[in-house]
Design a protein around this ligand. Structure first.
Ligand code: ZN
Length: 286
């Protein structure tokens, strides 16, 4: 019974629009793109917000597309990572809806991280990652679940000093620079509790026995909307895959498993599978 008057109203509305063609373009003009910080360093990220559009906007940076996620205030948001080896210079973030396109010029600055020369324990020399750990870790870190699980400030997952920064280029046993440090190292005695940096869901637990020769015993948490965190070289794992965890919950213990020169926690944070500096999260809110 209620459908009939509604249908009539819609017809009348459509007729009204037809009578005034100039209103057809009114909606798209109000699209609003906001990138509060347009100068970011390698290993950091851009916060991109889009308001006044009902459909999901497309977003591109350096020819890669990034999913935008709906926020409680009905705007759309993405935290767009700047890979650590991105060439510094001028770029653009492109946002596109059905009818509008907007380009925001941004600047990537160098982070000037040094080369770190690492000598491995002879008993661990020649250890290579297994196919199992590489495949499973990569897949987990690329998780993009739509629900934002994290709220409030991010915690430092363990006590102890930062013994190695994010982004350092790495040379093992005098070899060429082959990679960079995709997280920070927190030096702590074996057995020190390791806590979840934020609310989330355990999406990977990997053990040395299951083939995690390089990473050691490892936990990965999905925090939602493209953000994941990794905890490596653990002595023990206290959680199971699929389990929800709250910020500060103990997920394991500091250890020396995998490729590791001394007991420490390797803590990494990833956006859309790209590693960004965890110190951008510690004590911050996004
Ligand atoms: Zn590390």
């Amino acid at each position: 019974m209620i459908l009939r008057p509604l249908g009539t109203l819609l017809l009348l509305f459509a007729a009204a629009i037809n009578l005034t063609p100039s209103t057809a373009k009114a909606l798209p003009d109000s699209l609003r793109v906001d990138v509060p910080e347009k100068n970011r360093q390698q290993g950091q990220f851009f916060t991109v917000r889009v308001a006044n559009t009902s459909s999901k906007p497309g977003l591109w940076f350096m020819e890669r597309s990034y999913a935008m996620f709906r926020q409680p205030d009905s705007s759309w948001r993405a935290l767009v990572p700047v890979e650590n080896l991105t060439r510094p210079g001028s770029y653009a973030i492109l946002v596109r809806t059905d009818s509008l396109e907007q380009k925001v010029p941004v600047l990537v600055k160098p982070n000037n991280r040094k080369i770190q020369y690492i000598t491995l324990d002879p008993s661990k020399q020649g250890i290579k990652a297994t196919e199992t750990e590489n495949t499973r870790v990569k897949a987990a870190l690329q998780t993009e679940s739509p629900e934002k699980l994290y709220t409030g400030t991010f915690l430092r997952p363990s006590t102890g000093r930062t013994s190695s920064l994010f982004g350092l280029k790495r040379s093992y046993d005098g070899g060429p620079v082959a990679s960079y440090h995709k997280g920070i190292d927190i030096s702590a005695p074996r057995g020190t509790p390791v806590k979840s940096t934020a609310n989330g869901r355990i999406i990977l637990t990997g053990t040395v026995n299951a083939g995690f020769r390089l990473h050691g015993n490892t936990v990965i948490i999905d925090h939602g909307q493209g953000l994941t965190s990794i905890y490596m070289h653990l002595d023990a794992i206290a959680v199971k895959e699929g389990q929800d965890v709250v910020k500060g919950e103990v997920i394991g213990r500091v250890g020396h498993t995998g490729i590791s020169t001394a007991p420490h926690l390797h803590w990494g944070t990833y956006l859309y599978g790209t590693s960004v500096d965890p110190l951008l999260f510690e004590g911050k809110t996004y």
